[in-house]
Design a protein around this ligand. Structure first.
Ligand code: XMP
Length: 333
């Protein structure tokens, strides 16, 4: 049987009971596969790698070594949250690498979107490889592969072209000679979330909106600078806070802020104030191939605009992107 093919009669995991049965079966399977050997996992803090981490901690405890690479392009508080949940909460064997300077130095002056993506992807592998080389006796590499990833690679193998070089921080180092552990590879995303809930992961982590592997790097348009990246991160935090307050969080597929590398003239404290615009995007989709716009209430737009322009240094305007996909992609780069 092809282990990468979801059996036709596989029951969809829709309830806590089904998730618990799945977890029990995977705990057993992982213990059998791994024995007393060590397993390495790149833990980005995304839903898939987090669920794999929690599952493997349940199965093999400290035989799992998690590496969390902070590429400096995470949203505010995200790396801290990974440490809190896994190291403090689940007592994971977690290595935290703050590689912010390495990534930002490499990205300095690079404005082409594909070059940026390639640099981030390649440097992620470098950092991860370096950490792996410091460890002894690792025999397995765990990955948060899910079924849509398998279907996507089949499509690519059939020669269908991708619009962007997507990459998942958390599942790349193919050249590593380790056996793979992929406990959720036959699950769809909604099933992964049910399993994550059953494992007791925080709601915010399990229902986290999709976040691209290159992170804020594809939302800080053109050549990334630290000050503009900081402004983007702060503006994004405000947008997410206001979505929570308004009750829209969890109802909209993806919402975020983009900051382009252009300035316009504005006025603040009765003086000329040149600043960047913050662009708000909120979209809904089922498969990310096409997307429609969430029509945000004006009250929310006003509040977000007022907070971003008054609280975030360097931003003097807020724009609202109402372009569906196509013609816009969801991300701007
Ligand atoms: P686009 O911009 O192509 O995005 O319409 C479609 C969906 O994919 C997400 N995205 C990524 N996800 N690695 C990922 O894991 C990536 O490199 C990447 N780039 C885009 C995007 O946020 C949207 O949900």
């Amino acid at each position: 049987m092809d282990s990468n093919k979801r059996p036709d009669n596989m029951v969809r995991i829709t309830t806590k009971e089904l998730a618990e049965a799945f977890i029990d079966a995977q705990v057993k399977a992982v213990r059998e596969q791994v024995g007393d050997k060590k397993v390495l996992l790149a833990l980005s803090g995304g839903v898939d790698s987090s669920v794999v981490a929690a599952l493997l901690i349940k199965a093999i405890g400290k035989q799992l070594v998690c590496v969390h690479v902070n590429h400096g392009l995470m949203r505010k508080g995200e790396s801290e949250n990974v440490i809190e949940v896994f190291k403090n909460g689940l007592d994971a064997n977690l290595i935290y690498v703050d590689a912010t300077d390495r990534f930002l130095d490499l990205l300095a002056g690079v404005s082409d979107p594909e070059s940026k993506r390639k640099i981030i992807g390649a440097e992620f592998i470098n950092v991860f490889d370096e950490e792996a080389a410091k460890l002894d006796g690792i025999s397995f590499l765990a990955q948060g592969t899910i079924y849509p990833d398998i279907l996507e690679s089949i499509k690519q193998a059939e020669g269908k072209k991708a619009v962007k070089s997507h990459h998942n921080v958390g599942g790349l180092p193919e050249e590593m000679e380790m056996e793979l552990v992929e406990p959720i590879k036959l699950l769809f995303k909604d099933e992964v979330r049910v399993v994550g809930d059953a494992l007791g992961l925080p709601h915010g982590m399990v229902y986290r909106q999709p976040f691209p592997g290159p992170g804020l790097g594809v939302r800080c348009l053109g050549a990334i600078t630290r000050d503009r990246l900081h402004a983007l991160r702060e503006a994004d935090t405000i947008l997410r806070e206001e979505f929570e307050i308004s009750g829209l969080a969890g109802k909209v597929w993806q919402y975020f802020v983009v900051v382009p590398d252009m300035k316009s003239v504005g006025v603040k404290d009765e003086s000329r104030y040149e600043g960047w615009p913050a662009i708000i995007r909120a979209v809904n989709t089922t498969d990310a191939m096409t997307a429609s716009i969430e029509e945000l209430p004006y009250a929310l737009l006003h509040k977000v605009t007022s907070r971003i322009t008054s609280e975030v240094e360097g931003i003097n305007r807020v724009l609202y992107d109402i372009t569906p996909k196509p013609t816009g992609t969801i991300e701007w780069e």
